[in-house]
Structure formats: structure tokens, C-alpha cells
Design a protein around this ligand. Structure first.
Ligand code: FES
Ligand code: FES
Length: 161
């Protein structure tokens, strides 16, 4: 199978690499670009562990071929940190609210939650549950995750960066 040159923007940086046509975006991010924050769970679009933003919208990166991301903007969990490497208010709220246990779902949860906060600065509990409804967590029971997103929204409204 032939390889393809792929050029895309990841976390604000233009990145290039080669991949077979069958290579998924999550494998390209992890194995070619070394961004291992996006996790691979089910590999067929069910668990949400591989969620990234594509042009600002959350997508399952196990269901997209890397070649389809050519020319697009991708944000992975590594892109949530500030320019100085500090964790974001959302990540900090996850920490403070004990919104993770094993952490396997956490990158996808963070990205799904970030997508919500990017379009809604004051989400209701229903909004939050809807936004993370496609992301499975085996550990937390979800309540702490919902509380963390609620808390992050309040911090952001108060000017946290
Ligand atoms: S690994 Fe992509 S949705 Fe589960
Ligand atoms: S913290 Fe373990 S799967 Fe969510």
C-alpha cells in the first residue's frame, strides 16, 4: 500500500508526516507525531477515548483516516495547556474535583468538555451531560466529571486562563 504525505496543523503547529491510506488519525497522531495523549480504546467509534477537535469540532480520531485530516486544524489534549506549559482551567478543575481515576477516558472527556466550553460559557448540567454523553468512563460514575466541567466554566467566566 502506498504512503501519502500529510500536512496539517496540530495544536497550532504545522506538522507533516507520511502515512498509509489506511492509517487512522489517532495512530498518526500517536505514532508518527508522538502525541500519545489521545487514547485508543474501542477503535470503532464507541468509547470516545480518541476524541480530538477537528476545526474546533469534537470527532473520533479512530474513525478518520489521517489523509482526511490533510489541511485541517487538530487540537489534542496536549493542546489544552497554556503557552507556558501550565495546565488549563478545565484540566485544573478535573484535578480539583477528582474527575478521573484510571485516566483512560480523560483526554477524550477533556476535549469533549472543551468543545462545549468553547461554545457555551455557562452550561447547564444537562448541557454537560449531553456534551460528554458519547464518552465512556468505567471509573468515576460521571458525577465528578460533570462537577469539574461546571467548575471550569465558572473559573473561565471569572477570568481564569
Ligand atoms: S477509540 Fe475511538 S471511539 Fe473508542
Ligand atoms: S477514569 Fe477510568 S475510564 Fe474514566
Amino acid at each position: 500500500m502506498s504512503d501519502h504525505d500529510i500536512r496539517l496543523t496540530v495544536n497550532g503547529r504545522v506538522r507533516e508526516g507520511r502515512a498509509e491510506a489506511r492509517t487512522t488519525l489517532v495512530d498518526f497522531l500517536r505514532e508518527t507525531l508522538g502525541l500519545t495523549g489521545s487514547h485508543v480504546g474501542c477503535e470503532h467509534g464507541v468509547c470516545g477515548a480518541c476524541t480530538v477537535l477537528l476545526d474546533g469540532r469534537p470527532v473520533r480520531s479512530c474513525l478518520i483516516y489521517a489523509v482526511q485530516a490533510e489541511g485541517h486544524e487538530i487540537t489534542t489534549v496536549e493542546g489544552l495547556e497554556g503557552p507556558d506549559g501550565a495546565i488549563s482551567p478545565l484540566q485544573d478543575a478535573f484535578w480539583d474535583n477528582h474527575a478521573m481515576q484510571c485516566g483512560y477516558c480523560t483526554p477524550g472527556m477533556l476535549i469533549a468538555a472543551q468543545a462545549l466550553l468553547d461554545r457555551n460559557s455557562d452550561p447547564t448540567e444537562d448541557d454537560i451531560r449531553d456534551a460528554i454523553g458519547g464518552n465512556l468512563c468505567r471509573c468515576t460514575g460521571y458525577q465528578q466529571i460533570v462537577e469539574a466541567v461546571h467548575n471550569a466554566a465558572a473559573r473561565l467566566r471569572d477570568g481564569a486562563q
